[in-house]
Design a protein around this ligand. Structure first.
Ligand SMILES: *Cc1c(COP(=O)(O)O)cnc(C)c1O
Length: 385
């Protein structure tokens, strides 16, 4: 690089570099939909569903309107509602906790393991036992979240759910493409919710989502629930919602899906570059036996809570963006505090979730970062420590 050329700007996510690769194909597909007028449930939706199922190695994929609606439809299909306890990590995006509450169920917040940021198995078992002991709620479902793209411990989670007769739901909104023991996320759990929000590993240009499952009966229910619970047109069999995936968003995803495998490799390479440069200074995401993270986000843990604003300022001064996922554990959110207090009378504390919220920091992560940019990010982090 010569002194005159300014360095490539760094962004947290980058949808422009990817779009440049597929823009003519996107324009062609959107034009075809404008010509056909098949805006709702067009052929692109079915084509995408088949390709998503194939990519994940799962029997069925049902396109829906968002990741949040994917979670909601999956829980509605189980009849989850008042009196039901839905166990989920206290450290996740708000949608994971919002859905059980919207359905009248009670979220029971579970602590996370510091080395994975995912649900802590021992704490989960302890809280299931407490719910049974208190006897007011029925343990009904576990939502395992593959946070930042890192697979949760699905063999163990499935085992716990089987032993307790609970529904296992994978919130893989940040993790599409991730795999565990040779099986992609989507083929684990009873059902898996995906989000196609633009910044996710597979994102559209608006809102979108999908539910993956190996269970044909569940897939059929999801199709009914996303269209107002209809069995056939205007024959309403159950209470549903308007939860369909737009044809135009499906078309965009069809253009992007062929890039995903290479993009996942690029994310893995970038995570390796970060680890090489930062592992001696901060806690970087550790290796996980048998797993391939989708690297939806790349978050480091700072040595102590007090340094975060200093590090962010040092990064900003060097033109490097950063973000905090998430600044507050869900049981401290005003909207969920009452549910938390009402869920378990004797709720044990959630110290890891609380501590991690103070120390977590997300660095730029997208498949189009080069090694020089990663070096600049790492230098900026180290400068702020
Ligand atoms: C993005 C996200 C969701 C919600 O997806 P939307 O498509 O925005 O509704 C749910 N859970 C997690 C963990 C997410 O990151």
């Amino acid at each position: 690089m010569t002194a005159e050329t300014s360095p490539r700007p760094i962004s947290l996510f980058d949808m422009k570099a990817q779009q440049a690769l597929i823009r003519p194909e996107i324009d062609r597909r959107i034009a075809a939909i404008l010509d056909s007028g098949a805006f709702i449930n067009g052929p692109d939706v079915r084509e995408l569903e088949a390709k998503l199922a194939e990519f994940a190695g799962v029997g069925h994929a049902v396109g829906v309107s968002s990741g949040t609606d994917a979670l909601q439809i999956a829980m509605m299909a189980e009849g989850i509602g008042p009196g039901d306890a839905v166990f989920l990590p206290a450290f996740t995006y708000t949608a994971t906790a919002e859905v059980p509450l919207v359905l009248g169920a009670t979220p029971v917040f579970v602590d996370i393991a510091e080395d994975s940021f995912n649900i802590d198995l021992d704490d989960l078992k302890r809280r299931i036992a407490l719910v049974k002991e208190e006897g007011r709620l029925r343990p009904r479902a576990v939502v395992g979240v593959d946070l930042f793209g890192r697979p949760a411990d699905w063999p163990e989670l499935e085992e716990v759910c089987r032993a307790e007769g609970m529904f296992a739901l994978d919130d893989a909104a940040q993790a599409f493409g991730g795999a565990l023991h040779g099986k992609r996320l989507g083929a684990w759990a009873d059902a898996t919710a995906l989000s196609f929000y633009p910044t996710k590993t597979l994102g559209c240009y608006g809102d979108g989502g999908a539910i993956l499952t190996n269970d044909a009966a569940r897939a059929e229910l999801y199709r009914s629930l996303r269209t107002h619970g209809e069995k056939t047109r205007y024959e309403v069999e159950r209470t549903g919602m308007n939860g369909r995936l737009d044809t135009i968003q499906a078309a965009i995803l069809l253009c992007k899906l062929p890039l995903l495998a290479e993009e996942l490799k690029a994310r893995t390479r970038i995570a390796g570059w970060y680890a090489e440069r930062l592992a001696r200074h901060v806690v970087v995401p550790g290796a996980q036996a048998g797993a391939e993270s989708a690297w939806g986000l790349y978050s480091i843990l700072l040595p102590e809570a007090g340094t975060r604003s200093r590090v962010q300022a040092a990064m900003q001064a060097r033109g490097v963006p950063s973000a905090i996922y998430y600044p507050k554990p869900l049981h401290h959110q005003p909207a969920y505090a009452a549910a938390h207090a009402g869920g378990l009378r004797q709720a044990p504390p959630l110290p890891v979730s609380e501590n991690v919220c103070q120390r977590i920091l997300a660095l730029p992560m997208h498949p189009y970062l080069d090694e020089e940019q990663v070096s600049r990010v790492a230098e900026a982090v180290i400068a702020g420590l």
